[in-house]
Design a protein around this ligand. Structure first.
Ligand SMILES: [Fe+2]
Length: 205
């Protein structure tokens, strides 16, 4: 009697693979840094909600509609999202999955992004612009965790997919996609350099 692996939780991790990926990343880096200097509403919001760091989550949250550079990133991400949708075997008949939000996150040393999910979205993800060596990865939580109750812990050397947490290392030029209901966090950045990423949501209309 075979053992089935049921109800898998899929996470897509891949290099962006645009023909112009290197130059695109360079331009994104420049624009992310410039936005952090210019976006005063974002600075104010970050001071109380993202201590020590900068996010344009509540101020410039549709960067793909404001900047041709981010629009180019959107086109490259669309291809990854389409592939992920096929992998998930989602039936999108009659409706379209499109990018709704796209914002910048800058995390200097010790900045943390606590456990959260992305409401009102279908697919979410992150593109990494700058990832200093040893900077924090993206930590996913087993969505069944609250039901485990008297379940024994996993062996210390259990396979990664058997553990209640899974960390995807942050790698510049790579994209990570997941279903928006999957909770995740970014642990404190332990290195004295800025970890810069662009997060985004796709919704189904
Ligand atoms: Fe997130």
């Amino acid at each position: 009697m075979p053992t089935h692996a049921l109800f898998p939780t899929l996470v897509h991790v891949a290099p962006l693979k645009s023909r112009t990926a290197a130059s695109l990343n360079k331009r994104l880096l420049r624009e992310c840094k410039q936005l952090a200097l210019d976006d005063e509403a974002g600075q104010r919001w970050s001071a109380s909600n993202y201590p020590g760091g900068f996010t344009s989550y509540s101020s410039a949250s549709r960067m793909h509609q404001l900047s041709p550079t981010f629009a180019q990133l959107e086109r490259a991400l669309d291809r990854h999202v389409a592939k992920f949708v096929r992998e998930l075997e989602l039936d999108l008949t009659g409706r379209e999955l499109t990018m709704t939000d796209c914002w910048v996150n800058i995390m200097p040393r010790q900045v943390v992004h606590s456990l959260h999910l992305h409401p009102l979205s279908t697919i979410s993800g992150t593109y990494y612009v700058q990832t200093p060596k040893r900077s924090s990865g993206l930590k996913f939580e087993d969505p069944r965790l609250e039901r485990f109750m008297a379940s024994p812990p996993r062996l210390p050397d259990a396979r990664a997919e058997r553990r209640p947490w899974f960390v995807v290392p942050a790698q510049a030029g790579h994209v990570v996609l997941f279903e928006s209901w999957l909770r995740h966090e970014v642990p404190p950045n332990p290195v004295d350099a800025e970890r810069i990423s662009i997060s985004f949501n796709y919704n189904w209309f």
